[in-house]
Design a protein around this ligand. Sequence first.
Ligand SMILES: Cc1cc2nc3c(=O)[nH]c(=O)nc-3n(C[C@H](O)[C@H](O)[C@H](O)COP(=O)(O)OP(=O)(O)OC[C@H]3O[C@@H](n4cnc5c(N)ncnc54)[C@H](O)[C@@H]3O)c2cc1C
Length: 402
Amino acid sequence: MEPAADVVVVGGGVVGASVAMHLAARHAGRIVLCERRWPAAGATGKSGALVRMHYTNEPEARLAFASLPYFQHWGDKVGAGSAGFVPAGMVRFVAPADQAKLRANVDMLRGIGINTFLVGPDELRRIVPCWNVDDVAAAAYEPDSGFADPVATTHGFLSRARDLGVEIMLGTEVRAVRTARDRVQGVETSGGPIAAGAVVLAGGAWTVPMLRDLGVRAALRPMRTQVAVFRRPPAVEAAHPVCIDSHYEMWLRPEGPHFASTLVGISQRQELDDLDGWSEGVDGPYAWRARERLVRRIPGMAHAPMRGGWAGAITLTDDGKPVIDRHPSIAGVWFCTGDDGSSFKTAPAVGCAVAEWITGGAPRLVDLRPFRAARFDEGAPLAGAHEYTVGEPDRPRRIMLG
Ligand SMILES: Cc1cc2nc3c(=O)[nH]c(=O)nc-3n(C[C@H](O)[C@H](O)[C@H](O)COP(=O)(O)OP(=O)(O)OC[C@H]3O[C@@H](n4cnc5c(N)ncnc54)[C@H](O)[C@@H]3O)c2cc1C
């Protein structure tokens, strides 16, 4: 007889792991998680894992804020493994033209309850003594933010999920979602069929073709994005906070043994036509460009040895915000995608809210309606009142990093 589950979760990245754990914690019945490779095989394993609250729109900021306690109190909230959270603080620089928007966004974030405030050059020189802040009138600072270990976080969620009875099937690819009339029936996997009353698609960029097959209309574009790692020389070896810097279009965090290196991501992405035919390594020219940007902010990195880098697959939407929804016409299908390279930090709250939706009829921890797929057809993209613009003045574009 065909094996049966109450819920099948597709994908063992941080989102699928969080959904599975929260489903089990809410006694959702027999839960099976299928991962075609290994835990954190997708974007999660490549993530910079910045945990910051600064967003230009309130719904995403609320997701990040609701997730922060998980990183701060992992033992109490999850109870297995560790997220490896380091509250190193976060500095947010914007282009000079966006200073007024920065102030407005800090006000919006403080209204939610987020611990953030503006700092001027003198305070910045105390927080980041080796950085060049001559161009900065004010930056936003978040003392409670920082970075986590994305692989450890995923394993922590999975370990707790397993303790709560979730069956985790690694090396098991979901090849199709089975439906009949307007209800999900289960999934076809590389190991055979599994009947299920609910299916959660959390396959990262690989969710895009699955959603297309299910007739979901949403502008989703898988992209390859890279990072490079540089060892800090003695003159700049002091620990530093994480940073998102739209002036120089980059983000960075401490990385590696003793966090003695700095990981840099710059705003350069490549569309992915073939989801499995791309290099997971960093390109040489990318590393050079990343160094150039890094040196503008941290001049002492001019002689920093390059220590490597990597690439991962993220998914962009037209408004740069995630899609977290249920299928509009097939009951029992949920999906979380369109991460825009920014959905590690929000995975705890997303997992909790999706589990609440499946088991209780509606998300409670956070409002997920702003992330509905139909917003694009409705002509109602999710946008903050004060989105930043960067790049040439005649070619402004939105940018979301980290
Ligand atoms: C370089 C880089 C830096 C980033 N930095 C940050 C950051 O600083 N902060 C932040 O918040 N976010 C960041 N992100 C984004 C973040 O990592 C992702 O948003 C998040 O990890 C997405 O998790 P996920 O579980 O949805 O997807 P993924 O991690 O991609 O996981 C999907 C999983 O599903 C599996 N899968 C796919 N299809 C199937 C199938 N058919 N059957 C079975 N299994 C399947 C895959 O093998 C994979 O393991 C970054 C991403 C990258 C690439």
